[in-house]
Design a protein around this ligand. Sequence first.
Ligand code: ARG
Length: 458
Amino acid sequence: MSKLWGARFDKKSDPLADLFTFSISYDHRLARYDVIGSIAHARMLAKQRIIPQSDAARIIAGLKKILKQIKDGRFKFDPQAEDIHTDIQNRLKGLAGAAAEKLHTARSRNDQVVLDMKLYCRHEAAQLMASVKFLQKEILGFAGRNKDVIIPAYTHLQAAQVVLLAHHMLAYIEMLERDRTRLVDAAQRCDTMPLGSCALSGTSLKTDRAYLAKLLGFSRVAANSMDVVSDRDFIVEMIGACAMIATHLSRIAEDLILWASREFDLVDIDGGFCTGSSIMPHKKNPDVLELIRGSSSKVIGRLAEIHVLLKGLPLTYNRDLQLDKPALFESVDTAQFMLLVLSRVFATLKLKKENAAQRVLDESFFTVDAMDYLVKKGVSYRQAHDILGRMVRDCLDHGKPISSLSTDELIRYSPLLEGDVKKLFNPRMSVKIKSSSGSTNPGFVGRQLKTWGKKLHA
Ligand code: ARG
C-alpha cells in the first residue's frame, strides 16, 4: 500500500525495514481516535476556507463510514499500511476520492499522533477510574460483610496489634483512592490540544486551533509547537498511574496470599480463583493472586522503559517515540485486567472468622495498650516500655498468660499496675480504647464505612 512519503525515493523500501518500522500491528488501536481527530480537522479546514466545503463534506462522510466500521467491529486494519494514519488516509481515498488528499493539509503525523494518544489516554483513564471504583466497592462489600471481625496486624511480618478487618480494608480503599486521583491528574495532563503544531514549527495556513479544541473537547490549546510534538510526559504519567495501581494491587494480593496460607488461615479464596497441583492432590494454590502480583512487574518495567526511551531524545519528534505505544497499551490493559480480576476475588472471598477470633487472643498484641495505661498514670513512655518488656519476657519464659498474673505479681513490675489492667488484655477492648482519629476504633471505622459507602455508591 502506498506510503505517505514515497515520492522522495527512487526505490521501494526494503521489506525488512518495513517490517521493522511499521507500527500498524499495534497502533491500529488508535483508529477511532484518528478518525475522530480527522473529522474535526476537516471541519476546521472548511470553516477557515483552507479547503472547499464540498471537499470537507466528502471527507467527513467517508470518515464517518470508517468510524461506523470501527464501532461495529468490522474494521480490519491493513497490515501493509505503515501506521494507522496511513491506513485511514488510504481508505479515505477509496471513499472520498481526490478530496481525501486535502485532509492532511496543515497537519503532520507528528501532531496527529499526539492527538490520537491524548484522546486514547483520556478515554482509558476514565475506564480505569471506573474499574478502581468498582474494586473499592467490592472491598467495601467484603469489609461490610465482616464488620465486627478483629484480625491481627503486622509490622515486619511479626504479629503487632489487633485491628478491625474493616480498618485493614479501608486502608486498601484509601490507597485506591489515591490511584484514582492520579488518573484524574494524568487525564488532566492530556487536556491540551496539539493540532496546528504540524511537523514542529506550526503552519502558515490560517488554522483555528481554539475551534479544534472546542470540537474535540479540550480545555486549551498547546502553547508551544515544538514542545507538543515531542512531549510524551502525559504517557509517562499515564503509565505511572498504572504502575502505582499495579504496585498497590500486588501488595493487596500478597496480603491475601499470606492470609490464605495454612499458617495464617484467615481467608478462603473461592475455588474458582485457585488452581490445583499436578502432583500434590491436597493443594489449593492462589495462582490468580500470584499472577496479580507477578503482572505488576510488567507495568513497572514499562514505566522504566518509557523513561529510558525519552531521556536521550533531542527535540522534537524522533521515530523512537513510536515505541511509546506498546508500553502504554500494555500498561493500561494489564492494570485493567488486574483490577477486574481482583474485584472478583474480593466479591467471592470468605473470611475465616473463628480462626481470626482465636488468633487475636494472643496477649502480646495488647502490650502497647498496657503501656498507655501506665502513661495515663504518669509513668514515662520509656519506663512503661521497660515494665511491659520485663513482664512479657517473664510470661514467655514461664509459658504463662499475662492476664493470669495475680495483683501481687503485677505490683512487682510496677506499683501502679492494678487488677484493672487485665481488662486490657482483650481484643475487643484493644480496638475500643483507640481514640485517635484515623484509628481502628469501631465508631470511627463504622463512620468511615458509611462515608465510603455513600461516596462509592453516589
Ligand atoms: N507511527 C508514528 C508514531 O507512532 C507516527 C508518526 C510518524 N511521524 C514521522 N515523522 N515519521 O510515532
